[in-house]
Design a protein around this ligand. Structure first.
Ligand code: NDP
Ligand code: PYC
Length: 335
């Protein structure tokens, strides 16, 4: 393993992106996301993703210098046209107006269109909880996941993330793929030459497989929780696809033309302002939420994101460690 400080890790990511042609704004926004992933112990959405960014650019499937356009679509709807660039800059562009509309109306949505997307969603959710808002985000990806009862991929790994702000504490955040596991995790198993657990995927005939190559290349991934994950994956396809005038995972994969680039589609983010819902009773009701969290933690169960927050605290002191093979692959992109 190679140990890097967070500053070294960020410089490495940024310099690779700049060297390969991304402009400074995109390089900084993308590097910030992958370093957050690495810092928080989310290797599947950490520095490893820089390889995919460069591959997507070389394949002509992402713009290196797209300028997101913010559109004031309706009293409660912000739209950002990412113009074929990575989603990070588009999210940053729309965040201010989304927060403003949420405060004015109690609820508002941000629809990001035409973005190339690979990031973990908690990075965005935490920016909304940081300003006191409750938030929900989701997006399609590429059609890699079979519906329950089938074996042909139609869904993306379609993450859903939720955040709830907590006074003086880290927010309550969960963020998971509606597939049994993020595809990035299976890709990391392949890189490490490791078998994957049963339940993550099937071969082309629909038989359970623990071979990452089979599941990634010719079989299909599975949803989490059987028919429940399958229905949630379909919901994500609908509300972050046709509802916002953007591509489904199947359409994103067709657009990819076998280049193995990052998915190209839209993203839906919904924000809610507790103060607008509750007025003078806000603090009273938010404190009742704390009783719920105590009920979970009080019996030894953990809240989602606690592992991540602990990893964050550790990385701030110790830096991060990445496999030497990944470090070498990253350095090669500077050649
Ligand atoms: P995991 O299954 O690893 O974890 C999902 C969530 O569950 C996390 O919030 C995690 O918190 C929490 N969790 C895990 N174990 C427990 C536990 N024992 N008790 C309580 N909470 C727990 O995630 P996935 O593989 O499904 O997804 C990983 C990432 O991939 C996500 O960030 C997602 O946004 C990203 N992704 C992005 C896609 C895209 O299109 N951009 C597509 C698919 C996934 P903790 O982190 O603290 O362990
Ligand atoms: O890990 O499934 C995944 C993924 C898809 C797009 C970005 N991450």
């Amino acid at each position: 393993m190679i140990r890097l400080t967070l500053i070294e890790a960020r410089e490495l990511a940024e310099s690779i992106l700049l060297h390969n042609g991304f402009n400074l704004a995109h390089a900084q926004a993308v590097a910030a996301t992958v370093i957050a992933g690495e810092r928080d112990g989310c290797a599947s959405h950490g520095l490893y993703r820089i390889l995919g960014c460069v591959n997507s650019l070389r394949a002509g499937k992402v713009s290196a210098d797209a300028e997101p356009q913010v559109i004031d679509q309706a009293p409660s709807i912000v739209r950002v046209d990412a113009a074929g660039g990575f989603s990070q800059l588009a999210f940053q562009a729309g965040l201010g107006l989304l927060a403003e509309k949420t405060r004015a109306n109690g609820i508002a949505a941000l629809a990001i269109n035409r973005c190339v997307h690979f990031s973990a969603l908690w990075v965005e959710i935490e920016q909304l909880t940081a300003v006191g808002l409750v938030a929900l985000a989701c997006n399609p990806s590429h059609a890699w996941v079979a519906p329950t009862g089938g074996r042909v991929p139609v869904f993306g790994t379609n993450p859903i993330a939720f955040g709830w702000p907590r006074a003086g504490q880290d927010p309550f955040v969960f963020d998971f793929a509606t597939s049994a596991i993020a595809r990035g995790d299976i890709e990391l198993h392949r890189r490490a030459g490791k078998a994957i657990p049963e339940g993550w995927g099937v071969d082309a005939e629909g038989r359970p497989s623990t071979d990452a190559n089979v599941v990634l290349d010719s079989g299909a991934m599975l949803t989490f929780g059987g028919h429940k994950g399958s229905a949630l994956a379909a919901m994500v396809e609908l509300i972050a696809g046709p509802l916002i005038g953007d591509l489904t995972s199947a359409e994103s994969l067709a657009y990819d033309e076998g280049s193995k680039s990052s998915p190209y589609h839209g993203e839906l983010i919904i924000a809610l302002d507790p103060r607008r819902f509750l007025g003078a009773a806000t603090e009273e009701h938010l404190s009742r939420a704390e009783v719920l969290f105590q009920g979970i933690e009080g019996q030894g169960a953990r809240l989602p994101s606690q592992r991540r927050y602990a990893a964050r605290a550790r990385s701030m002191v110790e830096g991060v460690q990445i496999p030497e093979a990944l470090y070498n692959d990253l350095k090669a992109l500077l050649a």
